[in-house]
Design a protein around this ligand. Structure first.
Ligand code: SF4
Length: 374
């Protein structure tokens, strides 16, 4: 995993596009002023200011060019694979001629989000239980939601005041977050103080490290991306924390950043690859980079976008979408004992209960608070 550490920054040119090398703006936050949190690796300090932006801008690879043939192959492979009897030969030959969408007969599209994909591919039974139940709020989920809101505020307004007050005020204007806001307000004094301390610590990291983004780079928070396929039977949908750069022309110029308040997870990259796929399907060129910024540690996981990355994302999306379609039409969810069972919060099924390891905070309670509408 390409996690940013100071000595690991590639410095070779990655081409033009996102003009993050332009002169600093008046009043921009200073660079290299993070004297706070230290990473667990000795001698490592998180990037900040211009260095952080440069790491995003210069990936060490040439930026992808607009590639209509690849986009056509990705789209036709998905279209074909989402239709009954289709081959879904993504990245290879064009798909088969149109046929009915797989197993779907209701008029509303099946919405495929990154969370649904990840859950269904990890365990169909877990996904099924998660879809039919209320998602329980946890401290980790609340922290993630508040830090996400603070990141949006920092990018759009340029400052964060009292972290808990600002974060909860931002969430309170969103009806979908009313349960979470109410849950936080009902916390005991000690629990709320602990949550507030962690939120403030992560907010302070953002204040110290995140540079001001020039409006000319068109920074966009909570950018929604949707692509309909198979005559509208499927809607691929995501929302990214931050997109920077003008929509691409001939050469990729958009960077996509997700913010996570928790620890590294393998699915974070898969989530970003899904976003890269959607941006590619809806724009003339793909994004040139996708990255995850970890507010707890200040780490930046940078992933340059390549054709192989996009083909892999399309194959995973096709596999997960077909699973979701099967479940939507009433197929029995598969349940097979797996290492995840030991950490699964859905322990009502006997596969999980028989698995050694006992209950744990998998998927229900410990995802960052960012997946509700994606
Ligand atoms: S216990 Fe295992 S099989 Fe059952 S839902 Fe959880 S992960 Fe899936």
């Amino acid at each position: 995993m390409d996690i940013e550490r100071p000595n690991g920054s590639p410095r070779s040119s990655g081409g033009g596009g996102l003009p993050v090398g332009s002169p600093r703006q008046p009043g921009a936050r200073p660079r290299g002023c993070d004297a706070g949190h230290r990473h667990h690796l000795a001698g490592w300090e998180p990037l900040s200011g211009e260095d952080l932006l440069e790491r995003l801008r210069i990936t060490g690879r040439p930026r992808p060019r607009a590639h209509p043939d690849l986009v056509e192959r990705l789209r036709s492979g998905l279209e074909s694979g989402l239709r009954a009897g289709g081959r879904g030969d993504i990245g290879g030959r064009p798909g088969s001629p149109p046929s009915p969408p797989v197993g779907l007969c209701h008029p509303a599209p099946l919405v495929v989000t990154k969370d649904r994909l990840t859950r269904a591919l990890a365990c169909e039974a877990h996904h099924h239980a998660s879809e039919s139940g209320q998602r329980p709020v946890s401290v980790a989920l609340a922290c993630g939601a508040i830090v996400d809101a603070l990141f949006r505020q920092l990018v759009t307004v340029g400052s964060i005041g009292d972290a808990m007050t600002d974060g909860l005020a931002a969430l309170a204007v969103d009806d979908r977050r009313s349960d979470l806001v109410g849950w936080v307000e009902r916390l005991s004094g000690t629990e709320r103080d602990e949550l507030g301390a962690e939120v403030e610590r992560q907010a302070e990291g953002l204040r110290r490290r995140w540079p001001a983004l020039d409006p000319a780079w068109l920074p966009r928070t909570q950018e929604a991306m949707r692509v309909r396929l198979a005559d509208g039977a499927f809607e691929l949908s995501t929302r990214v924390d931050l997109a920077i750069g003008r929509p691409a022309g001939d050469v990729a110029s958009v960077a996509i950043v997700e913010v996570k308040s928790g620890s590294h997870r393998a699915e974070h990259r898969a989530d970003l690859h899904f976003s890269a796929l959607l941006e590619t399907l809806r724009s003339p060129a793909p994004p040139f980079v996708v990255a995850t910024y970890y507010t707890r540690t200040g780490e930046l996981d940078v992933d340059p976008v390549t054709d192989e990355l996009l083909v892999g994302a399309a194959r995973r999306t096709l596999m997960g979408s077909r699973l979701l379609a099967d479940l939507a039409r009433g197929a029995e969810p598969g349940r097979t004992a797996k290492p995840l069972c030991g950490r699964c919060s859905v322990l009502t099924d006997d596969v999980g209960q028989r698995h050694p390891g006992g209950p744990g905070p998998w998927a229900h309670g410990d995802r960052d608070g960012d997946g509700a509408a994606r």
